[in-house]
Design a protein around this ligand. Structure first.
Ligand SMILES: NC(=O)C1=CN([C@@H]2O[C@H](COP(=O)(O)OP(=O)(O)OC[C@H]3O[C@@H](n4cnc5c(N)ncnc54)[C@H](O)[C@@H]3O)[C@@H](O)[C@H]2O)C=CC1
Ligand SMILES: O=C(O)C(=O)Cc1ccc(O)cc1
Length: 308
């Protein structure tokens, strides 16, 4: 595949940053890939994995001369990173991120971005419960959505170039305004994780069921929750704190609907239960028909290896 950028700087080299690095290397999308993270151990590991062409502890040093800067850090670290890199960005550079929340990332980063760069927030809807540079893999983004939430007046050529980059990684592209993104993601991604953290926490707290019984008898439904509940605590703390309003709005709706379900069970209203369970089964069927049913262990693994 053709080289799209001369120098890419990756700020943060965990699951997402390292998956991007692996794809960029396999596909030859850049001449140079400068990897940066604030922890010396993680940087050393990135070097051992040969994820880039050079390695910097300082994000400021890493972005010097870069045409594309991808910030892949927990959303709560966005402002700190923006402040560090801003004075060192090359005029004309594209700066993007991969954060799971968008309004907060824009509020944290946009005020620090020089007028000479193109700041285009993004979010690949692909990941796993794992974190760190060893957890990434080539092909993670293949067949998955990448949503951009461009600011008004965004340069069309810069946006097209960034879209071409994500398309090269196999992503399907969409655009939304940041507030809408945050509401949609609150229900389809953030609430499922919060519910998983909660149910696993509840099971862990039970006095009448021992922890060994939870482990021994965990049915596949509970196991699915434990996978989500094993997701990175820093990342998900930040998502909760930085998409507070949308998450609280969706949690309020969720609690109301749960009370309805609770009442139907209490009063033996089987028809109500049956109606809901039938409706939700249809949702699952629609997802499968839309080709969105990619199980996590296979996330993208089928893709780039075959192509390259
Ligand atoms: N894990 C997932 O499934 C997905 C995560 N995201 C978003 O991607 C971003 C990164 O997530 P992951 O790669 O999963 O996390 P991760 O925990 O695997 O990696 C985070 C990286 O950021 C670095 N870092 C943390 N604070 C930093 C700072 N202040 N300055 C420089 N580097 C710093 C860490 O050393 C590490 O290299 C987050 O904003 C998350 O919301 C988006 C889609 C999916
Ligand atoms: O592991 C899973 O099931 C996920 O849902 C991964 C994920 C986590 C956060 C995102 O912003 C996008 C995708």
């Amino acid at each position: 595949m053709a080289q799209l950028f001369d120098r890419i700087a990756l700020i943060g080299i965990g699951l997402i940053g390292s998956s991007i690095a692996r794809d960029v290397k396999q596909l030859g999308l850049a001449r140079e890939v400068v990897v940066s993270t604030r922890s010396p151990e993680t940087l050393k590991r990135a070097e051992e994995l040969e994820l880039g062409t050079s390695y910097k502890l300082s994000a400021a040093d890493a972005v010097e001369g870069a045409d594309l800067v991808i910030v892949s850090v927990p959303v709560g670290a966005s402002e700190a990173v923006a402040k560090q890199i801003a004075p060192h960005l090359k005029p004309g550079a594209i700066v993007t991120d991969v954060g799971s929340t968008k309004a907060s990332v824009i509020a944290q980063m946009a005020p620090h971005m020089p007028k000479t760069v193109h700041f285009i927030p993004g979010h690949p809807l692909a990941g796993t419960e794992k974190s760190g540079p060893d957890a990434g893999f080539a092909g993670l983004f293949h067949g998955r959505w990448c949503i951009f939430t461009p600011l008004p007046g965004t340069d069309a050529d810069a946006l097209a170039k960034l879209k071409a980059f994500w398309e090269a990684l196999g992503s399907k592209i969409d655009e939304m305004d940041p507030e809408h993104h945050d509401k949609v993601l609150a229900i389809v991604s953030h609430l499922p994780h919060i519910i998983a953290y909660n149910i696993v926490g509840t099971a862990d707290d039970l006095e009448t069921v021992t922890q060994s019984e939870v482990i021994k008898y965990s049915a596949s439904g509970f196991r699915d929750f434990t996978r989500l509940a094993a997701s990175d605590p820093t990342m998900w703390r930040d998502v909760c704190l930085h998409n507070k309003d949308a998450i609280l709005e969706m949690l309020a709706r969720f609690s109301e609907d749960l009370a309805y379900l609770q009442r139907a069970i209490r009063w033996g209203e089987g028809d109500k239960l049956f109606e809901l369970f039938t409706r939700t089964r249809d949702v699952r069927r629609s997802i499968i028909e839309a080709g969105q049913d990619v199980d996590v262990p296979d996330f993208g693994r089928h893709s780039l290896d075959k192509k390259v």
